[in-house]
Design a protein around this ligand. Structure first.
Ligand code: 2BA
Length: 108
């Protein structure tokens, strides 16, 4: 069994939730904040059988769009100090997905 943690854009949260549920995947959504842009994103937690991992990744990939986001002034300042060629528009997403082994799962 695996634990999937997936961080996606808030705007894609509802469609990803709907599609995971439609596919019979149990999931928990957590409101999270990106450390770099300091803006809200959505983190999904799903415990799934090994043979479901690829399907979950496929759904998240399909419904999480890449988008550019303007860096807020504090990040732009850091960015331009770090490198003159770094854009103030930052490419975010689609999804950032981690797959972890589950040692034990109990639903009591
Ligand atoms: P944020 O940390 O707000 O990052 C937003 C976007 O800013 C990132 O998009 C990436 O394009 C850029 N970025 C992040 N950290 C950077 C840095 N130190 N220097 C330059 N650019 C940086 P994504 O890579 O698509 O990440 C979207 C969100 O996923 C992140 O929001 C964060 O909440 C999460 N994330 C991404 N990679 C992660 C990781 N290795 N561990 C934990 N969370 C991660």
């Amino acid at each position: 069994m695996k634990l999937i943690l997936a961080i996606i854009n808030n705007d894609d949260g509802p469609i990803v939730t709907a599609q995971l549920t439609k596919a019979g995947i149990f999931t928990t959504k957590i409101a999270s904040t990106g450390g770099f842009l300091m803006s809200g994103n959505t983190t999904f937690i799903s415990g799934v059988e090994d043979n479901k991992v690829d399907e979950v990744i496929e759904i998240i990939s399909k419904y999480s769009r890449k988008r550019t986001q303007s860096a807020p002034p504090e990040v732009s300042g850091f960015v331009s100090a770090a490198s003159a060629t770094f854009p103030a528009e930052i490419l975010v997403g689609g999804g950032t997905i981690f797959v972890l082994n589950i040692e034990k799962f109990q639903h009591v």
